[in-house]
Design a protein around this ligand. Sequence first.
Ligand code: GAR
Length: 220
Amino acid sequence: MKRIVILISGRGSNMENLIRAQREGELADADIVAVLSNRSDARGLPIAAASDIHAEALDHRHYPDRESFDAALMAAIDVHQPDLVVLSGFMRILSEGFVRHYAGRLLNIHPSLLPAFPGLHTHRRALEEGVRLHGCSVHFVTPVLDHGPIILQAAVPVLDDDDENRLAARVLAQEHIIYPRAVRWFVEGRLAIDGQRVRVGGEQRTNALCAPDLVWNAQD
Ligand code: GAR
């Protein structure tokens, strides 16, 4: 049984979806043992607690610098002896020491097709740049922000009448598909990091998903 600790900062819909996947047997070999947040008002914390998962806040504002917060966070995580740490809308830049401590067992989901649009406001920037494809990426975390080896991506079309909210909702629906799948692959021991690439063992070999509404009329 692989022990998972999830880090959140807010709404926690990806966390809630991972808990659902675990409870419904999609992550049968995983145990979500704790959810930690850097914000005590994170909406996901009571959701985790209601699922009988240890839920705890460590307010980063109570620490003098990034290194001391990250050290306290590492201690709070390591109490639970995780095999995997899952960043799930955790909106903090992590220190190099933190990332190295969890090297190879730290995953993140980012709301863009990396390496496009690292950082914040990805949906707004995708609309501003006029891209026709947008999406989300699950990747191993390295010290370079939003730049680790990519496990799985899902693409969605950008439609002419999209605004930020509509596009974000279309991407989020795909996040809820690909994150449990990538976590399952990790839990099943099927992921191998080869430089900047991730190789997926077993039957399922695709590293990319496309939303079905990407198909267009051949007459157009
Ligand atoms: C998600 O869209 C996730 O991809 C993004 O924050 C949102 C969290 O939503 N993460 C990042 O932007 C990390 N750079 P959630 O709290 O409902 O899962």
